[in-house]
Design a protein around this ligand. Structure first.
Ligand code: 77R
Ligand code: MG
Length: 217
């Protein structure tokens, strides 16, 4: 076939979603994943919790690690206020290319910046190169073994403030054991675990962890 699953998903979105309508892009992507091909989107129950966090927090500056095709980037950005923005990091160039198209299709290119680099490098550059002072929301959804490295880098760079939220996907499947132990053991966070279904699989359970930063700024 020569195409990748991500390219087939993008084609389906272009053919079936309403251009400039983020809700339509998300609904269409969920339909594709339920009827055509599964994809690792933070969808349904996970997405509902993410929506609630964004609604409640009203973040100005958001960082996502692990863009994939841009599903959760669109999900976050569709609720952001006019001046708020999301920086989303994707090390895989093929995923990043598809994500940029999905973001454009949703009409959110003014709110979302997709960066095709290694997350460890970009975190160190957020202040100087990306004009970030503090992060209100961090969504961890990239390689699971990198969650702990990157949260420690974010703390080192003093990018969190009291009330900042760190939301982590997949803490059960594939799992992020080192991360869970670290964040739950840290006095700088109040963490809550949510048992949710794995994306598009009604008979599989996963978990997400919401951690509110209460530490020193
Ligand atoms: O690996 C995941 N995501 C990272 C992808 C690569 C990130 C690259 N990158 C971006 C920035 N820095 C590095 C992931 C996997 C699964 C899964 C679980 C079970 C299964 F059988 C198949 C798949 C479910 C998810 O929800 C996921 O998020
Ligand atoms: Mg995930």
């Amino acid at each position: 076939k020569g195409t990748t699953r991500e390219q087939r998903a993008l084609k389906y979105l272009k053919e079936h979603a309403r251009e400039g309508d983020p809700d339509s892009v998300l609904e269409t992507f969920d339909e594709f994943c339920r009827t055509q091909e599964w994809a690792m989107n933070a969808a349904e129950e996970k997405g509902d919790i993410l929506d609630e966090i964004v609604r409640e927090l009203r973040p100005t500056t958001c960082l996502e690690l692990g863009t994939y095709c841009g599903y959760s980037a669109v999900r976050i950005a569709r609720q952001l206020s006019p001046s708020a923005r999301l920086i989303t990091v994707e090390v895989n160039p093929d995923y990043a290319a598809v994500a940029r198209e999905v973001v454009k299709l949703a009409g959110l290119q003014d709110k979302i910046e997709v960066i095709n680099v290694d997350s460890g490098d970009v975190i160190r550059e957020l202040k100087d190169k990306y004009d970030v002072t503090k992060l209100d929301l961090v969504f961890l959804d990239h390689w699971k073994y990198l969650y702990i490295r990157d949260i420690k880098l974010i703390e080192e760079e003093k990018l969190l403030k009291k009330g900042s939220v760190v939301f982590a996907d997949n803490v059960i499947i594939p799992g992020a054991p080192g991360y869970l132990e670290y964040i739950r053991g840290s006095k700088n966070y109040n963490s809550t675990f949510y048992s949710v279904h794995f994306e598009y699989m009604d008979d599989m359970k996963d978990g997400v962890e919401k951690s509110v930063y209460i530490g020193d700024e």
